[in-house]
Design a protein around this ligand. Structure first.
Ligand code: SF4
Ligand code: SF4
Length: 140
């Protein structure tokens, strides 16, 4: 008797949902806009001179729980410390956002880019990758 009741209840729910609006979307022709606090792939924020604000302090690398970031530094003509190479191993990344939180210059952000699948075996994001990509983040 209980099984019969559950069957009827299930059919009622199915029947009810026949008349409600579908929640599925036809990806990839339709895409949902991720929420504002979405943590997608990383990007350097470009300043007014279209350069990254990163001063190679290595705090992002230090706070990364996955040890996914490696940085080498140099100094520019004004003796300002600049990032020479930046390597983010995206396959180690757990998208926790600690690197963004730790950055004292707000130089690193997480974009809304979630389509990270690739056929390339190279999953190291370089400084150049973080300055380009489908979503460019401009100065604050
Ligand atoms: S999001 Fe987290 S795991 Fe990924 S690079 Fe930043 S600190 Fe490391
Ligand atoms: S991204 Fe931010 S925290 Fe990381 S090295 Fe550059 S300035 Fe420092």
């Amino acid at each position: 008797m209980k099984a019969m009741f559950e069957l009827v209840r299930g059919l009622c729910i199915t029947f009810f949902h026949l008349w409600t609006k579908a929640v599925t979307i036809q990806y990839p022709t339709q895409r949902r806009e991720p929420p504002d606090r979405f943590r997608g792939s990383h990007r350097f924020v470009l300043n007014e001179e279209n350069l990254e604000d990163c001063v190679a302090c290595c705090l992002c690398a230090r706070y990364c729980p996955s040890n996914a970031i490696k940085i080498t530094a140099s100094s520019d003509e004004k003796y300002q410390k600049r990032v020479l190479t930046y390597e983010l191993d995206i396959k180690r990344c757990i998208f926790c956002g600690f690197c963004v939180e730790a950055c004292p210059k707000d130089a690193l952000k997480m974009s809304k880019d979630y389509e990270l699948a690739t056929f390339s075996p190279n999953l190291l994001y370089s400084k150049e990758t973080l300055l380009s990509g489908p979503e460019i983040i401009r100065f604050k």
